[in-house]
Structure formats: C-alpha cells, structure tokens
Design a protein around this ligand. Structure first.
Ligand code: ATP
Length: 241
C-alpha cells in the first residue's frame, strides 16, 4: 500500500540546539505508528511539524497542515463551552464545509453524543481527551498526530482511548502518536520510531526492536528500548564504556 504521509530529511534547530536531524519515514493508511524515546528526544517537535504547527528548518512533509489532524498534549479546549460548542467552533475555524454535520459525526464517532451539551469543565479526563482527539478529527483528515494522548488518563480511560484510536485506524486513518508508555506502544502500534537527541535510530515493528535488542530485552519492550539506546544512542550521551 502506498504512503499517506512521507517525511523527508526533516531537521529542526532551536538556535544552537539541533532538535531533529535528518528524519525520514513514511506512514501508510490505517497504520498506528508510535514515536518513543527519552525526554527531549524531539517527539513533540516532530509531531508538531507534521501537523503544521511549526515549520521545519529543512526537509519536507508530504501533507499540508489542513490534511493532518492534531491533538496536542495540553488540550486547547474552552472549558465553559459545551462539547458540541467546542466542536462547532473548531469546525468553523477549520472551515469545514458543513460544520453542524461534522459535529454530529464526531459526537457519534467519539461516543460523546449524550454529553454534547455538557460544559467541557465538567467532563472526566478521559472524555476531555476524547474531545481533544475529536477536534483533531473534525476536518476528517487522512492523518492524525497525537502528542502523548494517554499521559493523564487512568487505565480504564486509557483502554477506551486506545479502543477508539484503534477503530480510527481500522477505518483507514493513519495515526502517529508519541508516548512514554512503551508497553502501550508494544500493544497498540504497528510500528515504532525510536528518536534520541533528534536522530531516528529505529523504524520497524515492536517485535523487530525486541529482536534487535537481543537477549537482554526479552519480551519487554521497555527493557529492550533501554538496551537498544545504550548501544545505539548518539555518542554525546552514551555512558562510559
Ligand atoms: P518530552 O518527552 O520531554 O516531552 P520530546 O521528545 O517531546 O520531550 P521536544 O519537546 O520535541 O522533545 O524537545 C526536543 C528538544 O528541543 C529539547 O531539548 C527541548 O528543550 C527543545 N525545544 C523544544 N521546543 C523548543 C522551543 N520552542 N525553543 C527552544 N527549544 C525547544
């Protein structure tokens, strides 16, 4: 299947800091791709560039900003407005052709129809995150970028979120998400991208990362990642030999 998103030779500098260095990969329709790596690896920078929130210093993203949905880590919701009002506001900002129809579709898709008139301030963290993701989906984009979507959720809310995101992917939406929860990446992602200090060190199936990490990793992707980074991380941060 051909790629719905191609990222080529992406680089990002913040002054002296090289936050992304020559990052290239492709994503196919319906793929769930996890971006994992240590703090400061460049995960948010990468996702926000894909979503058109900020420009790269060099390189290209094959999709324009309005073709990539974006759910930031800190939801930009208006807490005094209802769920439906938030959705309608964003539908209009995104210049969706039929905003009311888009709101109805998102309420249905997210299972939030019975909370439509409730102010966002009164929602649980899980439902608020659903609205956040729904805002990213309001223009029905082929690609969705989620920055640590499950970070503030309890296990049950997390389960429901992944069920929902999995459904999106089965419907053909390509989803690229970042997470510090490596086990979540192992369970839900078709592919993982390992970033460290802005370098893309690995692009493949979780099972391949486990294999590449060798015996020390076992079937625990978190341990495998640590062991992988010890041997592959850019030299500046490697520990003593
Ligand atoms: P975390 O897991 O902690 O969220 P991350 O992998 O998402 O980290 P980024 O937030 O993309 O990493 O940051 C990558 C690097 O770029 C870090 O060193 C960060 O301090 C730096 N950085 C990010 N945004 C800016 C900015 N607007 N100005 C300057 N430096 C920035």
């Amino acid at each position: 299947m051909s790629a719905v998103l191609s990222v080529s030779a992406l680089a990002k500098r913040y002054g002296e800091l090289e936050a992304l260095h020559d990052v290239s990969f492709q994503v196919r329709a319906g793929e769930l791709v996890a971006v994992i790596g240590p703090n400061g690896a460049g995960k948010t920078t990468l996702l926000s560039i894909i979503a058109g929130i900020q420009p790269p210093t060099a390189g290209t993203v094959s999709r324009s900003a309005n073709e990539v949905g974006w759910a930031p880590q800190q939801p930009a919701l208006y807490s005094k407005l209802s769920v439906a009002e938030n959705l309608e506001l964003f539908a209009r900002l995104e210049k969706v052709a039929e905003p009311r129809a888009a709101v109805a579709r998102m309420l249905e898709q997210t299972g939030l129809a019975d909370r439509a008139r409730e102010p966002v301030a009164r929602l649980s963290g899980g439902n608020r995150q659903r609205v956040n993701v729904a805002l990213g989906l309001i223009a029905d984009p082929p690609v969705l970028a989620l920055d640590e979507p499950s970070a503030s959720l309890d296990p049950a809310q997390r389960g429901r979120l992944w069920e929902f995101v999995g459904g999106l992917a089965r419907g053909g939406t390509a989803v690229v998400f970042s997470t510090h929860n490596v086990n979540e990446a192992q369970r839900f992602a078709d592919r993982v991208l390992v970033l460290a200090e802005g370098h893309l060190l690995f692009d493949g199936a979780p099972v391949t990362l486990l294999r590449d990490a060798g015996e020390s990793g076992g079937d625990d992707l978190e341990r495998a990642l640590v062991s992988f980074l010890e041997t592959h991380a850019p030299t500046s941060k490697r520990g003593p030999a």
